[in-house]
Design a protein around this ligand. Structure first.
Ligand SMILES: Nc1ncnc2c1ncn2[C@@H]1O[C@H](COP(=O)(O)OP(=O)(O)OP(=O)(O)O)[C@@H](O)[C@H]1O
Length: 233
């Protein structure tokens, strides 16, 4: 079953008289539980695409369906609930609140969605047992990114959207974070979309969406994806 369906999605930005299209007629679908990688050079439109899927930005044209919800038809208030309840976000620079402990950062999700999972439970799942009382600044980059993944999955979202999740990490730590994401996807069937520059990860993905200049150039499905530990980096 497709959990994500995009049809002819466009998003342009006005630059004087001209409109620059970050996305042009983008169409693809993602099946439930797929580990999907969105690859493309800088400026290709990857972040714009993820932001539209996550309800942070709006498409000008086209249809965006996530878990049965037509996102383009939502009011501002509905979009806010959509972001809070259905989407887990992981960003390049973690975006943790530095004055809250690790546990408090994750527990904050209860304010957005009352059914959010207990912070300790998701922190344990991400291998962060016993780290809850620390502040983000007392953790390594890789650990902070695992906290941000714990925060994202605490909401038990329909989709997990990760924008360059390894961009601020050294390659070894980056691979460990990706392994964590792949494990969650495999073990919990969590549909995961990862934006990256790193083409090596393609071999570990169920689906690879290649975009350039705002257009989908290829959608590849991989029948026998490798484990991330088997990928040569
Ligand atoms: N708010 C905005 N206003 C004007 N132009 C924008 C805006 N956001 C994005 N763009 C333009 O849209 C295009 C796609 O940007 P986007 O950030 O989606 O690319 P990207 O593939 O994520 O790039 P990177 O890998 O460098 O982050 C770029 O040309 C960018 O300058």
């Amino acid at each position: 079953m497709s959990i994500v369906e995009l049809h002819n999605v466009s998003r342009g930005y006005k630059n004087g008289e001209r409109t620059i299209y970050a996305l042009k007629d983008v169409s693809f679908s993602v099946e439930s539980g797929e580990f999907t990688v969105i690859l493309g050079p800088s400026g290709a439109g990857k972040s714009t695409l993820l932001n539209i899927l996550g309800g942070i930005d709006r498409a000008d044209d086209g249809s965006v369906k996530v878990a049965g919800v037509e996102v383009t038809a939502l009011s501002e208030k509905e979009l806010s609930i959509y972001r809070a309840h259905r989407v887990g976000f992981v960003f390049q620079f973690y975006n943790l609140i530095p004055t809250l402990t690790v546990q408090e950062n994750v527990a904050l999700m209860k304010e957005l969605k009352k059914e959010a999972l207990p912070a300790e439970e998701v922190l344990d799942k991400l291998g962060l047992h016993g780290q809850g009382r620390k502040f983000p600044g007392q953790l390594s980059g890789g650990e902070q990114q695992r906290v941000s993944i714990a925060r994202a999955i605490a909401k038990n979202p329909d989709i997990l959207l990760c924008d360059e999740p390894t961009g601020a990490l050294d390659s070894e730590t980056g691979v460990m974070v990706l392994e964590e994401l792949q494990k969650l996807c495999r073990e919990e069937g969590k549909t995961t979309l990862i934006v990256t520059h790193n083409a090596s990860i393609a071999k570990a993905a169920d689906k690879v969406i290649r975009i350039k200049n705002g257009e989908v150039r290829a959608v590849e499905t991989n029948d026998s994806p490798l484990k991330l530990s088997e990928v040569e980096w």
